[in-house]
Design a protein around this ligand. Sequence first.
Ligand SMILES: *[C@@H]1O[C@H](CO)[C@@H](O)[C@H](O)[C@H]1NC(C)=O
Length: 342
Amino acid sequence: MSNAGLSSTRRQRAWGGLVGVALLLALWLLWLLGPAPGGAPGPQPTVTILVWHWPFAEQPPELPHNTCTPYGLAHCRLSTDRSLLASADAVVFHHRELETRRSRLPLAQRPQGQPWVWASMESPSHTHGLHRLRGVFNWVLSYRRDSDIFVPYGRLEPRLGPAPPLPAKSGLAAWVVSNFQERQLRAKLYRQLAPHLRVDVFGRASRRPLCADCLLPTVARYRFYLAFENSQHRDYITEKFWRNALAAGAVPVVLGPPRATYEAFAPADAFVHVDDFGSAFELAAFLAGMNESRYQRFFAWRSRLRVRLFSDWRERFCAVCARMPHLPRGRVYEDLEGWFRA
Ligand SMILES: *[C@@H]1O[C@H](CO)[C@@H](O)[C@H](O)[C@H]1NC(C)=O
């Protein structure tokens, strides 16, 4: 009996050990495989983007929790509530307000490892004070294609359905300018073109200012729109190209980055680039002497593509959420000015 008793105790111990090892194995496997297949996935955590200053506005717009849902980002929340600094997943700083209000960055309250985003849609010529922002920002949001969060002013997308008819044309070339400065290249080119080409000038800097809703119907009546950027910089193509010309139904005559940059955004035959001509006289002769069939070729893209404008800051900031999972952590723009001026 005593022998049998002893052996049964041994058997129990052996079984106990086996069950223990099996349990450990099972736990290890569970840990390795993650949630059991077929199990319900956990709720996706909401990403909070704190916008430190709403661009060009005293009052931020209403930002309901579902602000980013129309852009396909249901789990992304924008807020301007600065008390969220300690917990926000990323903080966006719009440059213009850093520049003009001389606001201090909340560096002392910055949580360790919190990504900070520098945001601007202006060109380097109209951006000041970058030297004060060394070693602060992790990501850049801008129109530059090499930005961490790239937000162009516009884009061509596939068109579903037929294109609306082109507006009827009654004028040759229109230009809208609100800030005319002789030292700018666009002013010089206009001065050279004007003797050879009838250009109707609108906007605050002219005798014909336009109300906000009048701009598109007005320029749509012209065959060409002078989409001259205020300064010439890498990738700097603004709403003058996308909205005032392509979306309005006028052919853009562009002065900006090189032709190759425009061709990265739009078909090569959708615009006239001033660099294609040896002189302003040649450009004027090309525009004024064009026959109707040649002119219509500039609109070949319209049957398959449409213009999508990105002008809403909400959409631009929601793009931070979309890009975040793909962005490097821990990198810092030590020389933001050098990067932006390159
Ligand atoms: C229109 O202009 C194009 C390019 O200059 C030329 O090749 C074409 O023959 C012209 N068509 C007519 C009908 O004059």
